[in-house]
Design a protein around this ligand. Structure first.
Ligand SMILES: *[C@@H]1O[C@H](CO)[C@@H](O)[C@H](O)[C@H]1NC(C)=O
Ligand SMILES: *[C@@H]1O[C@H](CO)[C@@H](O)[C@H](O)[C@H]1NC(C)=O
Length: 223
């Protein structure tokens, strides 16, 4: 008969304890964690390309009221999480947005290598188009912030007379945030209050990551 000697037994249980300890003590992701993780996903996305979703107008001849999604450049240029967009009226998204009552759209951003266990976030918001190009708020800052993320966009800036299409600056203001942190057993899944999202990365944020209920932030964006 096989029997374990006490020495091995003790070593095995110690190993088991050491393995399980971090799992058992790792707190569940809070909504505060979720707010910070999603702001980092959006603001620090290496390509700053999200999946934009809009709805075809109800009188569209072929696809009335149908959903439409396609990649979209954005740049996070506002501390409150609102995003800068280059708005080309010729694009399908732009047409859908202009025809929607609230100029609404949804933008989702995932981790660089998306997987079921990794976080992703969907921002539902409305688009303000600055049709009077000369009076676009903070135009120079917007352009330089946007071009840092998308240098190729230099060829279709609103002020460029030689560019092939009309273009405007626009701002996407999220008003609802839906977050999926990964697997629901240990990650937050659900809505994030707007104010939390808007202030999540402020240095003076009361929800500082290092002090979330004494827990350490599980920073999934790093893994
Ligand atoms: C976000 O900040 C910008 C200024 O940077 C402001 O114009 C915009 O209204 C703000 N959005 C919301 C939803 O508060
Ligand atoms: C319309 O957009 C505003 C922000 O511009 C938002 O606060 C409001 O909830 C939206 N309304 C609807 C019905 O989606």
């Amino acid at each position: 008969m096989f029997s374990l000697n006490p020495q091995i037994c003790w070593t095995l249980s110690l190993c088991l304890m050491l393995t399980l300890f971090p799992i058992l003590t790792r707190g569940e992701e809070t909504v505060f964690d979720a707010a910070r993780i999603s702001r980092r996903l959006v603001d620090s996305s290496p390509d700053s390309v999200g999946t934009f979703a809009t709805i075809f107008p109800s009188d569209h001849p072929d696809l009335p009221g149908e959903p439409f999604s396609l990649q979209q450049y954005y740049a996070s240029c506002h501390t409150n999480g609102s995003l800068a967009l280059l708005f080309l009226p010729i694009s399908r998204h732009s047409k859908n947005i202009l025809r929607s009552a609230n100029h609404s759209a949804s933008l989702s951003v995932a981790s660089p290598h998306p997987a079921a266990w990794k976080p992703r976030v969907s921002l539902i918001g409305s688009v303000t188009v600055f049709r009077d190009v000369a009076n676009t708020p903070d135009e120079d800052q917007t352009a330089s912030c946007y071009l840092k993320r998308h240098p190729d966009a230099v060829h279709w800036l609103p002020k460029d007379k030689h560019q092939p299409h009309v273009a405007y600056w626009a701002r996407f203001d999220p008003y609802a945030i839906y977050f999926v942190g990964g697997f629901g057993s240990s990650h937050y899944i659900g809505y994030i209050p707007l104010e939390l999202y808007q202030t999540a990365l402020r240095p003076e944020s009361p929800h500082d990551p290092k002090s979330i209920a004494g827990r350490i932030l599980i920073d999934q964006t790093q893994s």
